[in-house]
Design a protein around this ligand. Structure first.
Ligand SMILES: *[C@@H]1O[C@H](CO)[C@@H](O)[C@H](O)[C@H]1NC(C)=O
Ligand SMILES: *[C@@H]1O[C@H](CO)[C@@H](O)[C@H](O)[C@H]1NC(C)=O
Length: 473
């Protein structure tokens, strides 16, 4: 290995030497780091993990703390402003035409491949970074306000235009996380496998997006770990659509109980459930999951708007809530980034009339996807488990996905609920295996009970037949 390095020990600030570069051209670099980093570096002694992986993780944690915010350049600002200007000029004529957004699991293998490829091209050319930076900067303004839904819609639509610049036959898929809520344990969902998002535990080591980077180190996820995280259920969606006013389903709320109907609150539940890069707004939009998850939230909002029109006789386009505590969040203030637009324009019906709409998620009995199955006990389409050992729904997985992809050790970021969201429902990463096993046992028992009932019915029929025969004899 390399030369030894002169390291000075300080009381609080210790110096650590890092070997950088290839084996043949090693360079020693000494940097002063806080005490907790040196403690972290020693943690491999107490954990069954490789030393190199611990070193990388501890330094990553250090980078998280010291990395400066990524500011938009003047070029970036012009870029987004120009896009929003295009909407103003011809709001009913999207550059790349009208498109329909489909659920991620309902795409064909070919379509999914084209979309993954377009994401990769946008990543390689720096477009993902540009959108990632914008989201990081916008979040503190849009959060906790009616501007959240508005910005989310415009942000995703222009991002979708980028995907379609690469390939005009594709659209932005949505990940229907209400389907995953129904899975025995959402951690077991097939979307966390190499043909979809890749692994959900730590930095991305499998799938098409593996090794992606954010400004704070490798993109990573920590699904099913946070105490302040839960995917949205269909029941929650039903509760939300029972409200007639946009002000009922957006922040600010008058009292805490009203939060249960706020779309942003439950969206945050899904964001924090995925965790990792997603739960930090400055790294969230560097993970493709962010776009497809946010598109589902937009889809739920669209369902809400539809019901608003049909049941409440209200035009959602005219229902941007009057905002009291806002800076840059009012209806007529400029949208952050897309500065030619006012916030209220995100509520315009033009987007889903002329730019895109959603195909509905499939329903029982035909779930229209090899990755979904109809659970007759609840009469809903449910995601297949990627756990080949514990298959629910009689699914024989063609994937042979490893039980839980081996993840690098990543430091546990304690993400306080910066984005308030519902408590988890007790189904965590730690209980995933148990829950999958229980679900399979339940299914086997149900199948056995059905067979027994059929058998009993068959026997009864035989007896009846025998009786009727003997009586007619
Ligand atoms: C980024 O923007 C913030 C807020 O405008 C500013 O305080 C900070 O100095 C900027 N950082 C860089 C590196 O330009
Ligand atoms: C979405 O657009 C397509 C194509 O214009 C149309 O056939 C379909 O009815 C629309 N769906 C909804 C839910 O509006």
């Amino acid at each position: 290995m390399g030369r030894t390095c002169q390291c000075f020990t300080w009381t609080l600030l210790l110096t650590v030497c890092i070997l950088i570069g290839k084996i043949s051209t090693q360079t020693d670099v000494c940097v002063r780091v806080p005490r907790k980093t040196t403690d972290c570096l020693l943690s491999h002694k107490y954990n069954p993990v490789p030393r190199d992986s611990v070193t990388a993780s501890c330094l990553q944690e250090l980078v998280w703390e010291y990395s400066a915010p990524q500011n938009l350049s003047d070029f970036d600002k012009d870029y987004f402003k120009r896009l929003s200007g295009q909407f103003l000029q011809r709001p009913s004529v999207p550059l790349s035409g009208f498109r329909q957004r489909h659920e991620y699991r309902q795409l064909s293998t070919l379509e999914r491949g084209k979309i993954h490829r377009a994401f990769q091209i946008l990543y390689d050319e720096g477009t993902i970074h540009r959108y990632g930076k914008l989201y990081g900067q916008a979040y503190s303004t849009i959060r906790h306000s009616p501007a959240f839904l508005s910005f989310n819609r415009v942000f995703l639509t222009f991002f979708e235009e980028e995907l379609r610049r690469v390939d005009d036959t594709i659209s932005l898929p949505y990940w229907d996380y209400t389907v995953d809520f129904q899975t025995d344990n959402p951690v077991n969902s097939l979307v966390w496998s190499d043909i979809f998002f890749g692994n959900g535990n730590g930095r991305l080591s499998i799938g098409d997006f593996r090794e992606w980077m954010s400004p704070k180190g490798p993109v990573q996820r920590r699904y099913g770990e946070s105490n302040y995280a839960q995917l949205m259920s269909r029941e929650t969606v039903a509760a939300i659509v029972s409200k007639c006013n946009s002000a009922d389903v957006t922040y600010p709320v008058k009292n805490e109980a009203d939060e249960a109907f706020v779309i942003e609150y439950h969206h945050n539940g899904a964001i924090n459930w995925v965790g990792g890069s997603l739960s930090d707004a400055t790294t969230a939009a560097y993970d493709p999951v962010f776009y497809m998850l946010s598109a589902c939230t937009d889809h739920i909002w669209e369902v809400y708007r539809h019901v608003q029109r049909a049941s409440c006789n209200k035009n959602p386009s005219m229902d941007y809530p009057a905002e009291s505590d806002g800076i840059s969040r009012g209806a007529f203030e400029r949208m952050i980034g897309f500065s030619d637009l006012a916030n209220a324009l995100g509520y315009s019906n033009y987007w889903t009339s002329y730019w895109y709409n959603y195909t509905l998620a499939s329903a029982c009995p035909d779930c229209k996807s090899e990755y979904l199955w109809c659970d007759r006990s609840i009469n809903r389409c449910v995601g297949h488990s990627r756990r080949t050992d514990y298959n629910v729904g009689g699914y024989s997985a063609p994937l042979n996905e490893p039980f839980e992809p081996v993840a690098d050790y990543v430091p546990h970021r304690v993400d306080l609920p910066a984005h308030p969201s519902p408590f988890n429902d007790g189904r965590t990463m730690a209980t995933a295996k148990r829950d999958a096993k229980l679900a399979v046992e339940k299914q086997i028992a149900a199948a056995a009970a059905a067979a027994a009932a059929a058998n009993a019915a068959g026997e009864r029929l035989m007896v009846l037949n025998a009786l009727s025969q003997s009586s007619s004899d």
